[in-house]
Design a protein around this ligand. Structure first.
Ligand code: EPZ
Length: 415
C-alpha cells in the first residue's frame, strides 16, 4: 500500500504535457482485435489500466507489444475466448473485449465485471444489445457466455446513454450482417475517437458523437495506425490543480473543445483562461467564487471531474451545490475532504459545500481514481503536508503523475 506525501507548494507554475486518454485507449485496444493484421496505436498512456488490458488480450493469445507510448496489436486466428477471472477482475473495462471477440470469433465467456466503489456498474444494456444482434446468452455462476454464428444488425435503444454499452455494441456491429442503429447512444469524445479508429479500419459508421449511431456491418476490417486523443479528464484535473493553488499553468497537447463544461465553470468561478487550438493557459491568481455543478452525460459536466470540482469548491468563497446524477455512490472523497477541514454536507446525490479559507494536512485514503485526484487538489491548499494512501487508484489513470506535479512546483514524495 503506497502513499504520496504532498507538501503545500509555494507556487504552482509551468507547463503540463497531457497524455493520451485512458478512456479512449481502453476501447480502442480491444477494437484492434477486429481487423486482421498489425494495428499500431500511438499515444497510449502507461497506466495500470492499460497494462492490465495488454495482459488480458495477450493471455487470450493475441500479440500485443508496447514500446514507450506505442502499442502494436496482432489478433490471433484461433485465440482462447474465456479469459481467467482473476485477471479480468483487475480491470472493469475488460468487459469491452466482449463486443470485438464475440463479433469476430463467435464465442466469449467472461466474468461479470462486478461493481466498484462508485456504483453497481450493471451490464444489462450491453447484454440487451448483444441479444438483439442475435447472440445466444447464458448467464450464471458469475459468468456470462455468448455465442453466435454471425451477429445480425439490429435497432437498439439504450435506456441510459451508457459509454461502455455504446462502445461494445458499436464494435460488435462493425462485423455484423446488416445495419445497426444505436438510439440514445453516449456522445462522449471517447466514443467519437473509437468510431474514428474503426472508420480508419474500413468500418461504415454515421452519427458517432450524437445520440443516434448507425453502423453498416462489413465482413472484414483492415489494420491501421492511429493516435489516441488527449485525456480530457487529466487536463481538467490539472486545471483544477492550478485553480486550487492560485497558480499559472500552460496545459498543452489537448483538445480544448472536449473541456468546455470544465472551462465554462472555471471562468464562472473567476479564473482567467487563454484558450488556443491545442492548449489552455490558466491564471488563477484571483479568489475563487463558488458555483453549482450537476453531472450529466456529455456534453454535460463530466462525472469524472466531479470529485476534483468538489475539492475546489471546498476552497472557494460561498456555497456550491454538487449533484451527481451518473453514479449512485461517487461521494466517497467527501469524508476524506471533511477530515482535512472541508465543510460539506451530503444528502443522497447532492452535496452542499461551504467554502473554507484553507484546509489542514491529514492522512487520507484514495478510495477510487478520481477521489485520489480530488485529495491531491485539496492537499495543495492545506497548512501542512498531507499523506494520501492507496495511491494505486491514482496510478490507474494518471501517467507519470508525481513527475508531472513535481515539474510544476508541487513536491510529491512517494512512500
Ligand atoms: C465509462 O464507464 C468511463 N470508463 C468512466 O470513467 C466514466 O465515469 C463513465 O463512462 C461515465 O462517463 C471508461 O471509459 C473505461 P457507463 P462506463 O456505462 O462505461 C449505468 C474513470 O474515472 N449503466 O456510461 O462503465 C451505470 O450504472 C471512469 O475514468 C446501466 O445501468 O460508464 C451508470 O450509472 C470511472 N446499465 C451509468 O450507466 C449498463 O448496462 C454510466 O455508466 C451500463 C451502464
Amino acid at each position: 500500500m503506497s502513499s504520496y506525501i504532498i507538501t503545500p507548494p509555494a507556487e504552482v507554475k509551468g507547463t503540463v504535457e497531457i497524455s493520451g486518454s485512458k478512456n479512449a485507449a481502453l476501447p480502442i485496444i480491444t477494437a484492434a482485435l477486429l481487423p486482421d493484421g498489425a494495428t499500431t496505436l500511438t499515444r497510449v498512456p502507461h497506466l495500470s489500466d492499460t497494462k492490465f488490458m495488454q495482459e488480458i488480450i495477450s493471455i487470450l493469445g493475441h500479440d500485443c507489444s508496447w514500446d514507450d507510448n506505442q502499442m502494436t496489436i496482432i489478433p490471433a486466428s484461433r485465440p482462447i475466448t474465456d479469459p481467467p477471472m482473476e485477471l479480468m477482475s483487475k480491470l472493469r473495462a475488460s468487459f469491452l473485449i466482449m463486443g470485438p471477440v464475440l463479433a469476430k470469433y463467435g464465442h466469449i465467456r467472461i466474468p461479470y465485471p462486478g461493481g466498484c466503489k462508485i456504483g453497481a456498474r450493471p451490464i444489462d444494456l450491453h447484454l440487451k444489445g448483444f441479444s438483439a444482434m442475435g447472440a445466444e446468452l447464458c448467464q450464471g455462476h458469475g459468468y456470462v457466455e455468448a455465442t453466435c454464428n454471425h451477429l445480425e444488425g439490429a435497432d437498439i435503444y439504450l435506456d441510459f446513454p451508457s459509454v461502455g454499452a455504446t462502445e461494445n455494441l458499436m464494435m460488435a456491429a462493425c462485423l455484423a450482417r446488416g445495419i445497426t442503429n444505436i438510439e440514445n447512444a453516449a456522445a462522449e469524445p471517447e466514443i467519437l475517437d473509437l468510431a474514428e479508429f474503426l472508420m480508419q479500419c474500413g468500418a461504415e459508421i454515421e452519427g458517432a458523437g450524437s445520440d443516434r449511431i448507425t453502423i453498416t456491418g462489413t465482413d472484414h476490417l483492415s489494420p491501421c495506425q492511429y493516435e489516441i486523443i488527449p485525456d480530457r479528464i487529466e487536463a481538467g484535473t490539472f486545471l483544477a490543480i492550478a485553480a486550487a493553488a492560485h497558480g499559472h499553468l500552460d496545459i498543452q497537447n489537448i483538445r480544448p473543445a472536449h473541456l468546455k463544461p470544465m472551462t465554462a465553470k472555471l471562468e464562472e468561478m473567476g479564473v482567467n483562461l487563454t484558450i488556443e487550438e491545442k492548449s489552455i493557459e490558466i491564471d488563477a491568481s484571483a479568489p475563487l467564487s463558488a458555483v453549482d455543478i450537476k453531472t450529466l452525460p456529455y456534453p454535460g459536466f463530466p462525472t469524472d471531474l466531479q470529485p476534483q470540482m468538489t475539492a475546489l469548491l471546498s476552497l472557494s468563497k460561498g456555497t456550491g451545490i454538487v449533484v451527481e446524477t451518473i453514479f449512485e455512490n461517487r461521494f466517497m472523497h467527501i469524508p476524506e475532504l471533511v477530515r482535512m477541514g472541508a465543510n460539506i454536507k451530503v444528502d443522497g446525490r447532492t452535496a452542499v459545500i461551504d467554502g473554507v479559507s484553507g484546509l489542514t494536512g491529514a492522512e487520507v485514503r484514495a478510495t477510487d481514481l478520481r477521489a485520489g485526484a480530488a485529495l491531491t487538489i485539496a492537499a495543495l491548499s492545506a497548512n501542512d503536508a498531507t499523506e494520501i494512501i492507496d495511491i494505486e487508484h491514482i496510478e490507474r489513470g494518471y501517467e507519470n503523475f508525481p513527475e508531472k506535479l513535481n515539474k510544476i512546483g508541487i513536491s510529491v514524495y512517494k512512500k
